[in-house]
Design a protein around this ligand. Sequence first.
Ligand code: GLN
Ligand code: ZN
Length: 749
Amino acid sequence: MVTSVIGFPRIGENRELKFNTEKYFRNEITQKELFAKAAQLRLKHWKLLQKAGINYIPSNDFSFYDTILDTAFLFNILPQEAENLGLDTLDEYFALARGYQGKQGDIKALPMKKWFNTNYHYLVPQFDKKTRIKLVGNKIFSEFMEAKTAGINTHPTLVGPYTLLKLSDFAEDVKAEDFVTQITVAYAEVTSKFNELGATWLQFDEPSLVKDMSTEDRTLFNKIYEKLLTKKGNLKILLQTYFGDVRDNYSDLVNLDFDGLGLDFIEGRKNLELVKNGFPDEKILFAGVVNGKNIWRNNYQQTLKIIRQIPAKNTVLSTSCSLLHVPFSVANEDFKPEIKKHFAFAKEKLGELGELSSILEGQSSGALVKNQQLFTGNRIKSHLALKEKIANLTEDSFVRTPEFSKREAIQKKEFKLPILPTTTIGSFPQTREVKKMRAQFKRHELEQKEYDTFIAAKINEWLKWQEEIGLNILVHGEFERNDMVEYFGQNLSGYLFSKNGWVQSYGTRGVKPPIIWGDVTRQKPITVKWSKYAQEQTDKIVKGMLTGPVTILNWSFPREDISVRESTLQIALAIQEEVLDLEANGIRIIQIDEAALREKLPLRKSDWYSEYLDWAIPAFRLVHSKVRPETQIHTHMCYSEFTDIIPAIDNMDADVISFEASRSNLEILDELQAKHFQTEVGPGVYDIHSPRVPSVNEIKNAIHKILQKVPEQKIWINPDCGLKTRGEQETKASLKNLTSATREIRKEL
Ligand code: GLN
Ligand code: ZN
């Protein structure tokens, strides 16, 4: 059986692309050298796929930063200011990716957004009246030719016109529909050029089809493709979808003149049902059966069961999405063999496609038997007591008493805070020195005692400074933490950490998600030591600082043998123990961060509650359900993108929530007001993602805006997010202005 791959990780086995690109940013290598490195990597990856026996090998899945930005360059969707810089193409490209400040001018980076339900981020093309879509780029063609010269006939991949329009921003006086003709013509030119170059297949990625589609969306899609497909010539077109099912326009897809349809049978819950109701004989079904997002071995038996139900005459075995979202290879890890055998990263997934294909051809029954063994024995010894504990949770376990309004009154009395209390989100700058000390300690080059002395001194220094500028609620600064998930994972049983399991997050940045291997329990107190220490140094209140269960789960590779709900509840119980331990040790305010709560929100609105929020929000409540009424629970979310789930956020039943708001112009406040949000709020009064120092006046303006929408008794004053990525100077100057601004406003009230 024939096999295909939607896309392959481009950063390289050892993140070569990242390191070389960053060298180029620092002027340490030339453009020519960077191009040569990139070409080497591409060739290496194509050869790897070829060697693994993959029949349909993608090209143009490579990118120096992001494939959507590549597409904007391909089609001339570029802001005039960028062109005015007069830079060469690559530098203009990086200018739009990262912003540019230099001899040629000053422009901001394009906005960046989360790529569907992944942790990858793409750059958002900007359409306005002056936008003229036309084919101007060459990357997609030259990479195809590059592979062809190396003897590999690839299928170029390109984000399709519908998804491109859906993901872009439009100025007020234009809309997607205005560009239908231009975009159709430009994509048609791509097909005709590939006809000339002798390509066989072209893959259009249309993941936006798995989101809710309106009638207008369907019309838009059909309008473009009806025309475009008449221009395809001899080229075969694969319409590729992923991250969900195509229930809203499956009937259109089968009727349009596509040669292949790529469907995700992992996340696309309804796809099997859809194809069972009929799939045209003349089309090829590219069946996404090898998970492009997880790190676990494919369960062949289950996969075969799916494939055998597919009625298509011609099926190609494929990945469920691009392999961009998994690390390169397990071979580079030093897990014990009995652990390692359960994992498949990108490279190993190629092998799985091959094995599945031979099994289906009646060969390799050995592979099937071997695979079955992975799923029959007990991979881990399950923690029966924990299982029972979760089974015995009742509705009350998820409810904190007394209710919010009563607690609010109790806490006002307890803390006697001034109006508009000030605080920060948790971390203070992780200077080079802090990172160095932590790294040395990790490498055992530093004794525990020396390291502790250093951390303690850092905490003291910052506590003193916070007191000086008059912040009301202090933090210890999180100097002992590398990352808000890994730090907790390292102190919980059931977690594994890869050495080299990097996944691209955006541009040259990667993340290394920890792996949930087994049942999660708290082995020992995690944050108590430093929180307690900090609290003992001052008469002011120091907030305890934890990461919430949903965020810990969302930034890890989850298990598949139990539900994510079950895993999250395990984590929630572990964090609950930590919360109660902090409380018992004199910590009176505890912040439980849910920075990534929105991350795994299903792509279809109809699934938001039933598939996710209905268990995710209670999991958070479980963590703090047992604290005393006097203990104040804070939470923090990055991005204010929760306007549409405000009732769910209120339902977390925290006492206070802080969130990013400054960049979105505090728009969320209207919604909070309209929905009678009860939780006290700290909408960030300045943007921490920029080194700029906000003036006292700027902050006062932000506070005034908040005062217009939210009752003053409910307002907290804080920055947008944690300050760990900022420098010390700007942090201190900004926070000083924050406390001054607040004092001035208090006088006005
Ligand atoms: N408490 C964390 C910090 O300040 C929160 C980080 C985050 O929201 N991403 O660093
Ligand atoms: Zn944040």
